[in-house]
Write a protein that binds this ligand. Structure first.
Ligand code: SF4
Ligand code: SF4
Length: 391
């Protein structure tokens, strides 16, 4: 993976026109210039030219950026905001406070460690079965990120043959969303397609790369791509849109496709269109990574409309839900404010299912729904929802 695939860093490209401001979720909730793309560019410029010290108060504005990149799409000067922000996070990581460094490193270590994740997933599975989750608000706060929980993959080794699809389970999804891999497997089985879960492909690299650890992110990406290339898969699919966006951006030579896109094509082409009647209100959230992950949002709506009885809602605004770039770990307060209108929308439209294909967004919604004690709303990956409804 080469860093040079991005445009050259030049903060002076920014014409300070402010056209990005109203697209920025953190500016929307704060109306603070330092929490806007333009403000962040000025801060980075100041830091790089030693006009500003990398103090906690300066760095907090870089940390709060969700990397949704709505600013990049709106910018007439085509400022390469992603490259600028990632470089700054990497350069000034050493100046972050100790709590930030510990949290970032611990999460990264945990999510790539199969042994620790195995133990933790057994504990969570046990707790979900024994109603401990209802004590969540006071004692088990991490249970606020859990709804239904599955702790195993349905691996059928006999099925590993040639013409096999490799399933990449990611690092966070491997912990929180094993059921999505099982749902992919079920749909592949029904379509008579061989599959295999790719072992030892721990992380696409985006977790570290986006949080200020460029080198470690690149290293993890290379290790994962090496695992992808160990066997001749006809295609590799991953079901976290954040991973798909990062892999697509950095590994053009890998035969990779986002699992949502793959499954939607399969359901359309194989004409699997016998769905259970589902008289439910569903809301589809469009993660910021949709474009880079190459997920056809319109096709998702088209396929979902094939389910009889379903009523589909989408959000009027395209604002990020706030979960991106480790804000879930470092910036819970901001996050609650950013996602609030979307939660209100769920409430006022009696939504039964909230569908999203990004793990960070999914955890953000589950957490807010649990904290606000909103009953009967399930947050699901669209692949799970579709799989559950196929007759
Ligand atoms: S990436 Fe998103 S959160 Fe960050 S400055 Fe741009 S619009 Fe704001
Ligand atoms: S839209 Fe582009 S040029 Fe204008 S202020 Fe934002 S980043 Fe700068």
């Amino acid at each position: 993976m080469k860093n040079t695939s991005y445009k050259k860093l030049d903060p002076d490209n920014c014409a300070m026109c402010g056209m990005c401001l109203n697209h920025c979720p953190t500016y929307k909730i704060s109306k603070n210039e330092s929490e806007s793309p333009r403000g962040r560019i000025s801060i980075i410029h100041g830091l790089n030219n030693s006009m500003l010290q990398p103090s906690e108060s300066a760095l907090k504005h870089l940390n709060s950026c969700t990397l949704c990149l709505a600013c990049e799409s709106a910018c007439p000067a085509k400022v390469d905001f992603y490259k600028m922000m990632i470089d700054a996070r990497d350069k000034y990581f050493k100046d972050q406070n100790i709590k930030f460094k510990i949290k970032t490193n611990l999460i990264s270590f945990f999510l790539k460690n199969y042994f620790l994740k195995g133990i933790a997933s057994k504990i969570i599975f046990y707790m979900t079965k024994h109603k401990f989750k209802y004590l969540n608000k006071n004692i088990f706060k991490f249970m606020n990120y859990i709804q239904d929980y599955n702790n195993h993959y349905e691996i059928d080794q006999k099925r590993i043959k040639k013409n096999t699809i490799g399933i990449f389970t990611g690092c966070a999804t491997d912990f929180f969303q094993k059921e999505v891999a099982n749902n992919c497997i079920n749909i592949l089985k029904k379509s008579k397609i061989n599959y295999e879960i790719i072992k030892n492909a721990r992380c696409c690299g985006s977790l570290d790369y986006n949080s200020g650890k460029i080198e470690r992110g690149i290293k993890n990406n290379k290790l994962t791509v090496k695992e992808f290339n160990k066997k001749k898969y006809i295609s590799i699919i991953g079901y976290a849109s954040g991973c798909s966006a990062f892999i697509n951006k950095n590994n053009k030579d890998v035969n990779y496709q986002d699992a949502t896109t793959f499954i939607l094509d399969l359901l359309e082409n194989k004409k699997i269109n016998n769905y259970k009647i589902t008289k439910k209100n569903i809301c589809i959230h469009k993660p910021c990574t949709t474009k880079s992950a190459e997920i056809n949002f319109e096709k998702l709506i088209t396929v979902l409309k094939m389910i009889p009885g379903i009523k589909i809602f989408t959000y009027d605004d395209d604002y990020c839900c706030g979960a991106g770039a480790q804000n879930l770990i470092h910036n819970q307060k901001n996050l609650s404010k950013i996602v609030e209108p979307k939660i209100n929308f769920i409430n006022s439209n009696n939504i039964d299912y909230l569908l999203t294909y990004n793990i960070g967004c999914s955890l953000n919604f589950i957490n807010e729904i649990n904290i606000k004690n909103i009953k009967n709303v399930k947050v699901m990956h669209p692949i799970t929802f579709l799989n559950d409804r196929i007759c």
